[in-house]
Every structure is written in C-alpha cells, then in structure tokens.
Design a protein around this ligand. Sequence first.
Ligand code: FAD
Length: 392
Amino acid sequence: MEKNSAIIVGGGIGGLTAAIALGKKGYPSIVLEQAEAFAPVGAGIQLGPNAFHMFERLGIAQLVQEKCSYPEAGLMRDMYSAEIVGDLPMGDAMIKRYGNPYAVVHRGHLHNVLVDACIRLGNIELKTNSKLISYEDKTNHVIANLENGASLSGCVLIGADGVWSGVRKQMIGADSVPQNLGYFAYRAVCNSDDIPEDLFENTVTLWAGPGFHIMHYPLEGGKLFNLVAVFRSARFARGESDYGGPDELQEIFASAHPKARRLLEFIDTSKNWNISVLEPIKDWSCGRVMLIGDAAHPMLQAMAQGACQAIEDGVCLADFVEKNHGDYQKAFLATQNARQMRATQMQYQSRKYWEIYHAAGVYSELRKKMLIRGAAEAIESVAWAYDPVTWE
Ligand SMILES: Cc1cc2nc3c(=O)[nH]c(=O)nc-3n(C[C@H](O)[C@H](O)[C@H](O)COP(=O)(O)OP(=O)(O)OC[C@H]3O[C@@H](n4cnc5c(N)ncnc54)[C@H](O)[C@@H]3O)c2cc1C
C-alpha cells in the first residue's frame, strides 16, 4: 500500500480527519505521529456546529456527540465586575438555527473516536514514534525521512503537523516561523466536585480583562471542569528573560474579580503554552506536498475555530481528490482555492476577537455595547462561521 498512499504528517485532529475523509473514498494513507501515542494534551475543546456538519459527512457525528457536553450559552464576563457583557445562546437555540449543536469535548475522547474510525476503515496505517525530519519531492512520488532512520515513500505528503510545522518550514522557509505574541496560556481539567458551586456554570464563560482572560466550561456532562488562563506578559514586552511564569500569572490576576481569582486556584501551573502568530501564507502546496490545519493557517484561539477549520480542510481535500480522480496535485490547488479565504477570515476574526477580549478602558464599554444584543441577533452574527460550507 505504501507507494499509493498519501503520507500524512501529524496525527492531530486535522491529520486524522483528512485520513478518514480520504479513506472513506477509497484513498489509502499513512499517518505519521511523532509522539508515542495518539494522545493530545488533556484539555477540552469547543466544537462549533460547522465541525458537526463535517462529522456528519464522515459518518461519525453520533459517535462524537455521545462524548460531548452541551453548554447553555457562551458568556463574556467583565474581569473586574463579573458583569455579563456578552451572551451567545447555545443549547437548543444553536441546534434550531444551525441544524447541529455547539459542543465541548475532552480532546482525548475526540481523538479516540477519530483513531477508531481510522482503524475501522482498514486502509489507514497509523504510525507512532514516527517524527518526520525532512521530505523529498521526487516528482512522481515523495519520500518521508524519519528521525528513527526509516524512510517511507508515498504518492503525496500532507503536512498536518501543527503550528510549528516542519513541513511548512521546509516548503516555504524560515520566514514562515510563527512569532511569539507575548501571551501565555495555562490550562487545567479538574473534577467538578472540587469546584465550588458558585463558580460552576454550564456555559462557555470567558472572563475578559485588559490583556488577560480566563475561559472555562464543563466536560463529560458536568463531571469535569476545563479551565484556561491567558495573559500578556509585561516582562516579555520589556525584553526580560524570566517571563510568562506562574509568578507573573498571579501578579497579573491580582486585580481580577474575587471569583476569577478563586478560579485561578484550579489552574495547573506546571506547564504553559506560548501564544504565537503567523501572517496568512500565500501557497499551501508545492508539487506533491500540501499543508492543512494549523500548519497552513494557524489562528488565535479566540473564535475556538482552529480545530474546526482543520476538520473542514480534511473533508474538502478528500472531496477534491475524488473529483479529480486521484490527481492530488489538482486537488491541492482546488482545496486551497476553496478554503483559503474562509481560513483567512477565521484568522482575521480571531485576532479581532482577541482584541475585543482584551479591551481596556472605554474600549471595554464599547465592547459591551457591541456584544449585548438580542438572542436572535447574537445567534445570527455567527452564521458566516457556523452555516454549512460548500465548495465547488
Ligand atoms: C489554549 C487553546 C485552546 C484552543 N481551543 C480551541 C477550541 O476550543 N476549538 C478549536 O476548534 N480550536 C481550538 N484551539 C486550536 C486547536 O487546538 C488547533 O487549531 C488544532 O489542534 C489544530 O489541529 P492540527 O491537526 O492542525 O494540529 P495539531 O493539533 O497541533 O496536531 C499536529 C500533530 O502533528 C504532530 N507532529 C508535529 N510535528 C511532527 C513531525 N515532524 N512528525 C510527526 N508528527 C508531528 C504533533 O505531535 C501533533 O500530534 C485551541 C488552541 C489553544 C492553544
């Protein structure tokens, strides 16, 4: 199967979805994952209705939905006063308008559904401990060179290797390396029993402050509670070397509302994520190599759409491979054509929302004016993101 298979680099949400979408249409693939197991960071992820439109097409919507929880609303609270300054109805209102739910799920559970779907298809080879270090485009096939010394050949190579994509770096060069935005994220998933009742809400809640925020939502039907705390590091901005640590996290949140500070007590301070950005790249493919997901269009998490967009990429690519009777190079160009403006709009809107989240002073008053509106208007405002997408 090797030479006819597409080599997919990265067994994240994007890589696995692309493998399933191709596999369902009879196109085999090999998924190379550098880690020991297909097991993402143990945190939650939000899935907009647009992700479920894709899961329906892959025949796994029901399986994913069984693992999900369903928040009643997306709330924005002012970091200092706890006042609600934005309200997006979710629950039944989302299903009624978009035909699919807004859901949250543990990444590990979503991954299990995707890995099982790959195994069931029978034409997808999943390889762990397989870190790609370089590839060679041989015009009529590609070779993937792995860190463990092995080389594999395939008909094409799909870089689904995330925001720090090595495939992108080889394809485009060092200019395509993301830049540190100076923000740092800490996460946690805890038992909901440990969360005091007055802090628990069945909502996706964002506490928004100038240059810092907390996001939380329950998982597993309320058994678990997912938290993310993010802040802009003043030390990084001043060019100091000791930045982004737990001490700075505490310093920045010292001025927050007491409830937000109590939520911070549940954050796992053993590891942080540096938030990086990359301007949209012009070409997603070169010859027999294509980028998808965060490798092609990394975005800030403010719209909670990075994974949703990676999922759309995989489905779209498989549609064009089928439409072009297995001519991947034509499919690569068609996929970029169909997807680039949507992904770029997500990148752009995510940056805009990032600013709105972190608005200060009078801008934060404007934010409230903009975001407090009727339920129907609020739910309609995201139609561009959640309505089903089609590609010709
Ligand atoms: C704090 C935070 C919250 C977020 N919340 C949401 C959300 O709620 N909803 C949402 O849609 N998105 C969210 N995102 C964004 C989302 O996580 C990403 O957009 C999504 O994971 C991208 O999927 P991907 O498959 O393209 O890349 P990744 O998930 O990064 O997967 C890449 C995979 O490639 C592997 N890999 C990398 N290099 C190599 C190599 N050389 N060889 C082999 N394997 C390799 C990695 O180990 C990894 O498994 C969030 C991001 C952050 C940081």
